[in-house]
Design a protein around this ligand. Sequence first.
Ligand SMILES: [Zn+2]
Length: 328
Amino acid sequence: MRSAHGVAVCTARLELSMLARRLLFVIALVSARAVAQSFPDTVAISALARTLASDSLRGRGPWTPENARAARILATELQRLGARPVFGNALLVPFVDAQRPADTVYNVVGVLPNRAGSVVSDLVGLTAHFDHLGVGKPDAAHDSIYNGFLDDAIGCAMVLDVAKRFVRDPGSRGLLVMFFNLEEQGLLGATALASRPDAAKITARLRLLVGVDAGSPAGEALEWQLMGASPSHAAGLLADSLARAHGWTTTASPPRPISDVFPFSQAGVPILFPIPGRVWRGYTDPQRTAAMVRFDHYHQPSDEWNHAFPLVGTWWFAEWLWEIVRAN
Ligand SMILES: [Zn+2]
């Protein structure tokens, strides 16, 4: 009895210590995962997009001081992440358009090192445009500031979100981040950059350029158009397989001059420009239409930050962008 009792106690202790070890192992595994895994930060995305779309930036209009301020805000954010200049020795890259020869304007361009700390490796590029329409014809509510929240303040904020995650968990290729100016004036900033004589040495290293400028759907989009993925290229097929893992479908289409990625595709860079489709998870067709009427105000003064804007679609879009960048 006694010895049996002793053995039982002993076994119980042994089991307890094994349980403790297993528990420690599980805790270690979970915390290792917590370090490796990251997620889109929609609070930060919304905050930056709100800043860029605030009335004080007056719609980031072309050739305005507020447009230059928006460029500086983004350059500062990139600098904080440790981005290095690619053209000249600053993240603010000046250019002049023939229409306004006396007015210098800026693109924002920087590269984040790959996991070996190199900025001269092959690159994956990510871009959004920070300019919008500025101040113009007032709408029925007498609002004349075209804030451009979905077009494309939120795109800039999503690009920066991916950049932050990349800094925590860099890939084998460096990440080239480009915030273009004067997109709304006819892709002027992207065209100016792509046609610089010293751009060829960058485009030759650019394995993929992803553009973000189709707003963000208010819900999780289940179908996407991948402009630039036709004729098919490796990054397009990869983006499609990542989409399928989420239960989404994609349709490839050829490059069209509707985005800043277009001049780069003409220079031979594989591009992707994801455009959310018309089916969203949990939305009936009339519900989706109602959400579009409420939030999607393309090129109107009411395209502005709205506390009620659901960020679930933004979360999924930003997550997919990260997966595409990280897998390439
Ligand atoms: Zn846009």
